[in-house]
Design a protein around this ligand. Structure first.
Ligand code: LLP
Length: 428
């Protein structure tokens, strides 16, 4: 079920009519449903009920808003993080350090140290050298870092090329054929305690056979590693489960995913770790926007809205399709291009699409924008960062402020002079 539905002619988020949010906060604004997050979190956990030992870690990159992380922490989720910034976000949200998995293909030494100091539960190593550096940092701190080795299983996830991560040409993980030798060498590194492997082949995966193929390869590798004498206690199966963006989409459900996982991993005798992002957050948010102009075009009008590619980058980056509806639909339809104000033709949300009839001043929403929406926003074209609102039942709260021109200017400095050693000195 969707928590963003039209009732009495007006689109609501749970019990809150979207025009009330637009009046209070302005547009564009992301609107999240706490109940939608909770439902998705519970459905995902329930889908894995047959997995005896598991750890669920929300991929913070999908939606790092603290209020959202609070909701997921209360549902027993830890965090999958990829940077020092996400480490701070997860810790402030109250996720125990022990429940944090540190992924990421290019962790800096400073980030590794920060994670060691905070007692992060697991480091997902991307290459052999990272394990050696982490081990040395651990030895220097009289610590032993729990780690798994990320495997590149050479499986194409059959998703958008920019979000596929498990093919042999991609930058992620170590090639599965090299894994036993690398694992054996890293198992001897002081300051490091290797305890298993990780895999993540991409995002918005709708065909389970790709995930299953990757997991089966991982299962064979686990057997081989055990045969070599390594104690394997943890396997991180990553995230990647896709969701429906178009009304006609029928992606594999969490329940189908869970059944596949239970079948494929039967007898592995490990703690399975999961890193869902989109599957928890995607359907829990919309981007509320206002129509600025309906501009006559060559063949079709351009509906110019006040949200742009800097607020929701997915269409421009991945040709992503987000349902666009009027907040107060009149029943009429029109064929139009839906575009933002940014000075690039790439700032296009929909091309020659049949949409609800809209006019200047109308409110509208882009649906399924709770994952990789606000987290990918920028200030391009001097546009302030988009605010975020969380709805819970009949109440709502601003959980991220709108940026401002002042804030954008405040972090920039004109050089008072160029220092001889320091490079630029800051303006007074
Ligand atoms: N684990 C790792 C190691 C990841 O790299 C990712 C996502 C996840 C988990 C979560 O994947 P999910 O369950 O959300 O599919 N910005 C793109 C998606 C990029 C995904 C990056 N990695 C988009 O808007 O489609």
């Amino acid at each position: 079920m969707s928590y963003f539905e039209c009732r009495d002619g007006v689109t609501h988020a749970e019990q809150v009519a979207l025009p009330a949010i637009a009046d209070a906060v302005g547009t564009p604004v992301y609107v999240y449903s706490a109940a939608a997050f909770r439902d998705a979190a519970r459905a995902y956990r329930q889908a894995l009920a047959a997995v005896p030992r598991k750890h669920l870690a929300f991929a913070v990159k999908a939606n790092p808003n603290l209020a959202v992380l609070d909701v997921l922490a209360a549902e027993g989720y830890g965090a999958d993080i990829v940077s020092g910034g996400e480490l701070a976000q997860a810790l402030v949200a109250g996720m125990p350090a022990a429940d944090i998995l540190f992924s990421g293909v290019g962790k800096t030494d400073a980030e590794l140290v920060a994670a060691l100091d905070r007692g992060v539960g697991q480091f997902n190593l991307e290459l052999e050298e990272e394990g050696r550096v982490l081990g040395a940092l651990g030895v220097a701190r009289r610590q032993v870092a729990p780690a798994v080795l990320r495997i590149n299983p050479a499986v194409d996830a059959d998703t958008h090329a920019k979000i596929t991560t498990g093919t042999s040409a991609s930058k992620f993980g170590v090639p599965i054929a090299d894994a036993p030798a690398i694992y054996a060498r890293l198992a001897k590194v002081d300051g490091l305690r290797l305890r298993g492997v990780a895999v993540h082949i991409g995002s918005q995966i709708t065909d389970l056979s790709r995930l299953e193929a990757a997991y089966r390869r991982i299962g064979r590798l686990v057997a081989e590693l055990r045969h070599d004498g390594h104690p394997i206690t943890h396997v991180d199966l990553g995230g990647g489960l896709g969701i429906a963006y178009r009304p006609e989409d029928t992606p594999a459900s969490p329940a189908e995913y869970g059944a596949m996982v239970a079948r494929v991993t039967q007898g592995w005798d490990v703690t399975l770790q999961f890193e869902p992002g989109r599957a928890l957050a995607g359907a829990a948010g919309v981007l509320l926007t206002r129509v600025l102009w309906v501009k006559p075009g060559d063949g079709h009008p351009h509906v110019v809205v006040d949200a742009a590619m800097n607020d929701l980058a997915r269409p421009a980056l991945y040709d992503a399709w987000h349902l666009f509806t009027a907040v107060v639909p009149t029943g009429g339809r029109m064929i139009a291009n839906v575009v933002g104000p940014v000075c690039e033709s790439g700032d296009t949300f929909a091309t020659m699409r049949s949409i609800d009839c809209v006019r200047r001043g109308d409110l509208a929403v882009f649906h399924t924008a709770g994952a990789y929406g606000a987290s990918m926003a920028s200030t391009y074209n001097g546009r302030p960062l988009v605010p975020e609102v969380l709805v819970d039942g009949a109440r709502f709260a601003v959980v991220a402020d709108r940026g401002s021109a002042e804030a954008m200017l405040a972090r920039q400095h004109r050089p008072a002079r160029f220092g001889p050693v320091d490079g630029l000195s800051r303006a007074a």
